[in-house]
Design a protein around this ligand. Structure first.
Ligand code: NAP
Length: 330
């Protein structure tokens, strides 16, 4: 589902304290100071003059020189002028935080996946709409440089089949993040949903899940590997292989066979090949582009809410065959 809620007027914060001077930076609070907040959000915000990192909200972590609060109620009670929050906590618990922010009249940007369930996100979309606020469900992989060119190239061709290989080492990329293998942590779908976010963006027709096999470690509540078979259009097979135990070379590749050659997206969408010839290779630009878009959405008084990648993951949990795998420890 892609929803662009336009109310015709610039979105405004309901709180008097958040009224900002025209042209002044958006005062943003970053919620959940962990790996992605430090690796990507803070550097992107520091370089973007449209934003001012006014506060952090995190139970155990702070950022030097930035006002810190332990929870959203403390932030609101302090009366600090804030226009928006960006949520970087794990998906379970995100809804309550986002709801509190929207109820206080703040625009909200959500890390992927946008919530623990699809219905949570739909509830937030309705709340944002009712209050003329911006809700942005981000999918950072869609901002990789080769994704838009891939969509344009595929739009003029007939798709025959798609093969996606998303294999990474959980111990390297998510050291000690036990939440990722808890219920709602999504396991291998935490990175795998990035592949689904690209597929749902570049393929011209709707994707439907046909079959799934999910490998659950005996001592964990989320899969460590998965194989998906999807259908695109009338009958184009789409295969997705996800593995969270990949050591050595890591793979974030999507190969699309068409009537006029084969498109290959590598390194999560940073490199584009057509019939083996490289067309584009770019540096990581995902998070600066996400914040540009958040600023544009707020200025335009719209939301951007898309749950289609999350819906496919929910479908996999719904119809997937469950296979017990070896116990996993970090
Ligand atoms: P993380 O390193 O575990 O950081 C999350 C932070 O959220 C924690 O430091 C914690 O800070 C806070 N938090 C609040 N409630 C929590 C809870 N119940 N359990 C654990 N932490 C909680 O996780 P992350 O890697 O930054 O991932 C956060 C989100 O970003 C996820 O949705 C993930 O899919 C997404 N993401 C991650 C990456 C990546 O490379 N890691 C890339 C793109 C997107 P306090 O203890 O101070 O509250």
């Amino acid at each position: 589902m892609t929803e662009m809620a336009t109310n015709g007027e610039p979105a405004r914060s309901a709180r008097e304290t958040t009224q900002r001077t025209r042209g002044a930076p958006l005062r943003i609070a970053l919620v959940g100071i962990g790996k992605i907040a430090r690796d990507q959000h803070i550097p992107a915000l520091e370089k973007d003059a449209a934003f001012e990192l006014a506060a952090t909200v995190s139970r155990n972590h702070q950022v030097d020189g930035v006002r810190a609060f332990r929870d959203i109620p403390s932030l609101l009670e302090a009366g600090l002028p804030i226009d928006a929050v960006s949520l970087c906590t794990p998906p379970v618990g995100r809804h309550a935080l986002a709801r509190a922010a929207l109820d206080a009249g703040l625009h909200v940007m959500l890390e992927k996946p946008p919530g623990a369930t699809v219905s949570e996100v739909e509830d937030l979309a309705a709340r944002a709409r009712a209050r003329n606020l911006t809700l942005f469900t981000t999918w950072h992989s869609r901002e990789s440089a080769a994704v838009d060119p891939a969509r344009d190239w595929l739009a003029r061709r007939t798709i025959k089949s798609v093969r996606t290989t998303w294999k990474e080492d959980i111990r390297h990329w998510h050291p000690g993040q036990d939440w990722i293998l808890e219920p709602g942590g999504l396991g291998v779908f935490d990175p795998g949903i990035n592949a689904l976010s690209i597929l749902t963006s570049i393929l011209p027709e709707r994707l439907m899940l046909r079959r799934a096999t999910l490998h659950f470690p005996a001592n964990r509540q989320a899969p460590i590997a998965a194989e998906l078979e999807l259908q695109h259009g009338a009958n184009d097979p789409v295969v997705v292989e996800l593995d969270f135990l990949q050591v050595g070379p890591q793979s974030w590749d999507i190969e699309v066979e068409t009537n006029e050659g084969t498109l290959l997206l590598r390194e999560g969408g940073r490199r584009l090949f057509i019939d083996g010839v490289e067309q584009l290779a770019a540096e990581d630009c995902e998070y600066p582009r996400l914040y540009r878009r958040f600023d544009e959405l707020i200025a335009a008084g719209t939301s951007d809410v898309d749950v289609s990648p999350q819906q496919l993951v929910a479908d996999a949990f719904m119809i997937g065959r469950r296979i017990e795998a070896a116990p996993f420890e970090f």
